[in-house]
Design a protein around this ligand. Structure first.
Ligand code: ADP
Ligand code: MG
Length: 265
């Protein structure tokens, strides 16, 4: 189980997370929704330990990464996680199978001669065949996401963190990814956090949805309750309304991200 208590994260004089409290129970798929730039990716990075909270703490199965030395941090903590990066983040110079097994090199003691066949197995789980020797440049956007997903599950994690798994994909490929997330949850019994602003996806895959706004969790509830939320901020966001209490502050939008996604969250 993942427990975040009072997580505060600042970058310079900007406070991005202002006290995030969230619990993710075993077997659950928690979706975190919220506008672009509200700190969703920052929160995931605090969970996996790529960023350290300025205040508060995150514990995973009772372990607090802030209290660990380098060796246990990797051995006991990071190993538990698979991470699907926002941009798939494959290494262009490596083949697909090298990408998929990249984490095994430093997270596990797996015999490197087994890497290729492990990659093949994981690729099969995400519906990809005979592409082990391709380079990322030869893949479509949906395939890259799936390769990223194969990499996330390569070390057999108990937790998977997905950062915008459907962003930039067409609606059909988005649903293929949704189904894969559901399958992995069933087959591998993983516990997941999915950051998204794709409400269709959130409603389909989440056991619970938490909305992040101005650095805090506004509401955290099952999809049905979020759909009918009376919180005006949550209502505006899930319905995608331009009018409401959430004001667009254009300076907060990252031009690159907005252009890439075709929307400004
Ligand atoms: N390493 C960093 N250094 C400085 N600012 C950052 C860093 N990472 C994120 N930010 C800023 O923090 C805010 C939240 O970013 P992020 O967590 O990526 O938002 P989201 O994933 O919700 O779109 C943004 O304004 C972003 O520019
Ligand atoms: Mg993000």
């Amino acid at each position: 189980m993942i427990e975040a208590k009072g997580v505060v994260k600042r970058f310079g004089d900007r406070t991005i997370l202002r006290g995030v409290d969230l619990t993710v129970e075993q077997g659950e798929t928690l979706c975190i929704i919220g506008g672009s730039g509200c700190g969703k990716s920052t929160f995931l990075k605090c969970v996996i330990g790529l960023l350290r909270p300025d205040e508060g703490r995150v514990t995973v199965d009772g372990l607090d990464i802030a209290e660990m030395n380098e060796e246990t941090r990797i051995g006991d903590y990071r190993r538990r996680f698979g991470y699907l990066f926002q941009e798939a983040a494959l290494f262009d110079s490596m083949t697909v199978w090298e990408n998929v097994t990249f984490g095994l090199r430093y997270l596990t003691r797996t015999d490197p001669s087994k890497f290729r066949s492990i990659a093949k197995d994981k690729l099969a789980l995400v519906g990809l065949k005979d592409i082990e020797d391709f380079k990322p440049a030869e893949l479509s956007g949906g395939m890259k996401k799936r390769v990223g997903l194969a990499r996330a599950i390569a070390a057999e994690p108990s937790y998977i963190l997905y950062d915008e798994p459907t962003t930039g994909l067409d609606p059909i490929m988005s649903d293929v990814i949704n189904d894969l997330i559901l399958d992995l949850q069933k087959q591998l019994k993983v516990t997941s956090i999915v950051v998204t602003h794709d409400m269709k996806s959130a409603y389909k895959i989440a056991s619970r949805i938490a909305m992040l706004h101005e650095g805090r969790v506004l509401e955290s509830a099952p999809p049905e309750a979020i759909k009918r939320s009376e919180n005006p901020y949550v209502h505006q966001f899930v319905e995608g309304l331009s009018q409401g209490p959430i004001k667009m502050k254009l300076k907060d939008y990252e031009p690159d991200a907005a252009a890439r996604q075709g929307t400004a969250g």
